[in-house]
Design a protein around this ligand. Sequence first.
Ligand code: 13P
Length: 244
Amino acid sequence: MRKLIAGNWKMNGTQADIFELDRLAIAHGAGEVDVVICGPATLLSQMVRVGLNIGGQDCHTNISGANTGDISAMMIADTGARYVITGHSERRNDHNENDALISAKTKAGWDAGLHVILCIGETEAQYHKDETLDVLRAQMDHSIPDGASEENTTIAYEPIWAIGTGLTPTTKEISAVHAALRAHLVTRFGASGTAIRLVYGGSVKASNANDIFALPNVDGALVGGASLKATDFSPIILALQQSV
Ligand code: 13P
């Protein structure tokens, strides 16, 4: 299994920031792991010229139509990007996206030939009530469409309380969650379930990357804040490259 590390730029970045990717492409463009940058829609066409894998952060369920402000998976693919994120907690929360919609968006991504990075994660309250695994299993059951495989899908476990907070679960907790997610994928998808990548996201930085990447069933990371600057992201990519 090729590991994957994706930077999610969220609503950050203007044309002046593209040079950050040039630096990453020189250092990590042809390594042993898949390096992806999920940029804002406004920059995708420029980002694809750099030579890294590029992705969008969300897509509509339709290919085209009267959907003001939305972007379709076909449009993302048309820029030359090959990935798209679906189900990010900021979409689930800020835009009331539910599992059924995320499933439909994921299928739309597949139909456009994109590899989907599908996010799941529990809230802080659910974590404290020990509901994490139930929440994640339900999200997987209802937001991953039938037909998921290692070719078309990566699952990102992002505890909502760890996003942008500097907090992370313990390595023991990440291990336990990823083992449970793996078992659940295998039950549902058989052999493909063993090969679908399971990446961790939430306050990943250079100082914790080595410990996280050493864990079984952690096949990479989805990185927010620390992906914006090459000087921050490069050591995290290097940590993943050195873990394989
Ligand atoms: P941070 O790495 O900033 O915590 O964000 C994680 C995330 O939401 C990536 O999608």
